[in-house]
Design a protein around this ligand. Sequence first.
Ligand SMILES: Cc1cc2nc3c(=O)[nH]c(=O)nc-3n(C[C@H](O)[C@H](O)[C@H](O)COP(=O)(O)OP(=O)(O)OC[C@H]3O[C@@H](n4cnc5c(N)ncnc54)[C@H](O)[C@@H]3O)c2cc1C
Length: 376
Amino acid sequence: MVNYDVIVVGAGSMGMAAGYYLSLTGKKVLLLDSHNPPHDKGSHHGETRIIRHAYGEGEEYVPLALKAQELWHELEKETGSRFFLNTGVLNVGKETSSSIKNIISSSKRFSIPIEIMSADEIEDRWPGITVPSDFIGCYEPTSGVLRCEECIEAYRELAKLNGATILTNSRVTSITAKAGSVEVSTDSDSFTAHSLILTAGAWSNQLLSMLDLELPLNPVRKTFAWFDVDEEIYGENFFPAFAFDTPNGLYYGFPSIQKAGLKVGRHDGGATINPDKAMTRFGEELGDQEDLTQFLTSFMPTTENLMYGKTCTYTLTPDEDFIVDLHPKYPNIAIAAGFSGHGFKFSSVIGKILSELIINRRTNENIDHFAIERFK
Ligand SMILES: Cc1cc2nc3c(=O)[nH]c(=O)nc-3n(C[C@H](O)[C@H](O)[C@H](O)COP(=O)(O)OP(=O)(O)OC[C@H]3O[C@@H](n4cnc5c(N)ncnc54)[C@H](O)[C@@H]3O)c2cc1C
């Protein structure tokens, strides 16, 4: 049986980044994934993810968002590729919206530039948007969009170059933890290691049940779609990424990037799924398309026809905060899960944190908010 220093189970957004940071330390690292990341079976497909720094979900995320942004720039330098598009992000909602309030307070506390705009100012600046007069906008010009699948590919290539072993189409079927070691099996092989990082997204609880742990994780079906648009209005050079807190729900989206169409999705809601069962495709559930078009009709009425849509999975925790911690019983096992539909932007810094946690049992970043203990 081949022995490693660290095995990473689940080489998606968080796991691949962790594998990359571990590969920099000279440790002997194995990454195992059921599929061939990046792939469209988990939570990281669909080409793009928003990165914002003045954070609507709470101020405790801001230092991590800023660190993550720095690490994405480092990845760009390292590879000579561009993963971040500085489109800016426009947040829109009522002044009383908790996300708008959090954005304004975190921008003040961390000196993050934002422009607070009235409904008229939003409409004057972006003629593709219509908003009710009691809404305001918070535009963050330094934020934007990450090319998510390309980020994972880049970490994969670099980790390999640094000597990590990456086995794809290798589903982990058993994990046994012993004092100071772990044994991990797939259908065809078994491996041992001193330590383990578990980053299995929607499948996390299946694996955690082998380690005497169950976390309150709820995988849900999400939809998003691309719409035909006038490039002069909604193209990436003019139009920002956006997040709208509306009376009907929370909607987010992206300008038309390389003429791909305007992409829009809904953040709240979604039905619980079994990640092992094939999900119904976009359009197969009642309301998939109508939900997005009613948002566009109200707020971006000059968008045109649906081009195509997709489905993806969020793994929600009850408070929608992440779980990043050591296993309560096995200090040689680190867990990162429950990214609740807003984790990708942080995957660079979470990967680094996981590599530090598993080697030093500690990290300098503040991850108190993500402790497992809060669910007791
Ligand atoms: C539609 C949509 C839009 C989103 N928009 C944003 C956004 O704008 N900004 C943002 O920051 N975040 C966004 N997110 C959230 C973000 O993409 C996720 O939080 C993040 O991808 C979760 O990463 P993960 O590593 O936990 O899961 P994944 O990336 O899915 O990785 C888990 C991996 O584990 C593997 N695995 C599972 N079981 C096993 C096993 N038994 N053996 C081996 N491997 C296994 C899987 O194959 C997979 O590759 C969005 C998510 C969705 C679905």
